[in-house]
Design a protein around this ligand. Structure first.
Ligand code: TRP
Length: 331
């Protein structure tokens, strides 16, 4: 069975875009592959979180992933820092990662531009740690978005370089994976691009949002003056609302409002009310589980320990072999 690895950065709450764009794929993959899903807390150190923030963010992501349906009995779900073998492999890979190629990475250049006073070495070697995350389990499939393509290419480079250096066909090549046409677009509520937590207040609907918060955000979504000609094309901000409706509402509801729009009878207030109620229905079970799991410290502890154990089983086997290949031998 092929192995899947994906890392989730522990920054902030999950929104509908994360859920429909990524997590639903994880949930499907966990039945079909040997899956490792981890929380990338070592990566988060590049921005120097306080100990409280670090811990709370890791916990929040763990809680929300479990609540959304990632099953710790099916997939191995763990916290990156609980598997020290990853850091060891990162050290070995760093010896064969070159300054030039690391400096050329788009994500590095973006971060330097955004934070010129915090250009630390961890930022530079972020792709090396990511490569270690993936190849420590000899994964071949990595469900990530387009923005991670270059990192995956670097992971292949570092793995292949290791293989060549030691003349050993050891690490397989990892590739980005998605279920074909299954990439649904989840727009935000600001009438512009995709849903994201950095796109401004009110643009994203979080899985943990209360019904009141969802209603408020949706009612404030950007609209226009309404259609004036029958069957006219929808402007972006209106199409966005229909795209969201396509995901959370029933086909009948979608068709109903689509017909109203096409006959110039649509009332955006009604449409938004319906959209908000359907979002509330879609997220209610997840929100209930978030609250339940967040308060169950014993369960979280059990899941984290179980996941770390399973991940370390796989990681320590790789590290044992890698040490041997490199030439570290016991006396
Ligand atoms: N870089 C990824 C992101 O920003 C997170 C990540 C870290 C990751 N390690 C990984 C993703 C390993 C896939 C596999 O989203």
């Amino acid at each position: 069975m092929e192995t899947v690895v994906s890392g989730i950065r522990s920054t902030g709450n999950l929104h509908l875009g994360n859920y429909y764009g990524a997590i639903q794929n994880f949930i499907k993959m966990q039945h079909e592959y040997n899956c490792y899903f981890f929380i990338a807390d070592l990566h988060s150190l590049t921005t120097h979180p306080t100990p409280e923030n670090l811990h709370n963010n890791v916990k929040q992501v763990l809680v929300e992933y479990l609540a959304a349906g990632i099953d710790p009995e099916k997939a191995t779900i763990y916290v990156q820092s609980h598997v020290p073998e990853i850091s060891e492999l990162y050290l070995y890979l760093n010896m064969n990662a070159y300054l030039g190629e690391l400096e050329r990475a788009t994500s590095f250049k973006d971060k330097v531009r955004a934070n010129p006073d915090n250009v630390n070495a961890g930022l530079l070697t972020y792709p090396v740690l990511m490569a270690a995350d993936i190849i420590i389990h000899k994964a071949t499939k990595v469900p990530v978005g387009k923005d991670q393509e270059q990192h995956l290419e670097m992971a292949r480079t570092f793995g292949n370089r290791f293989n060549r250096l030691y003349n050993h066909d050891y690490f397989p090549e990892p590739y980005a994976f998605s279920y074909g046409s299954n990439l649904v677009k989840i727009p935000g509520l600001d009438g512009k691009g995709k849903m994201g937590k950095s796109e401004g207040e009110g643009n994203a609907v979080f899985l943990s949002d209360t019904p009141e918060a969802i209603r408020k955000k949706v009612m404030r979504a950007v609209t226009d003056g309404g259609p004036t000609v029958e069957n006219q094309e929808k402007p972006v901000e209106i199409q966005n609302l229909f795209d969201l409706m396509a995901v959370v509402s029933s086909p009948d509801t979608y068709e109903h409002f689509d017909n109203l729009y096409n006959t110039c009878q649509v009332r955006y207030g009604d449409l938004k009310k319906q959209l908000a109620e359907d979002m509330i229905i879609a997220t209610a079970p997840i929100r209930a589980r978030i609250n339940e799991i967040a308060n169950d410290a014993a369960y979280l502890k059990k899941v984290a320990h179980f996941g770390a154990e399973k991940a370390r089983e796989s990681a320590s086997k790789t590290i044992r072999e890698v040490r041997e290949i490199i030439g570290f031998r016991s006396f």
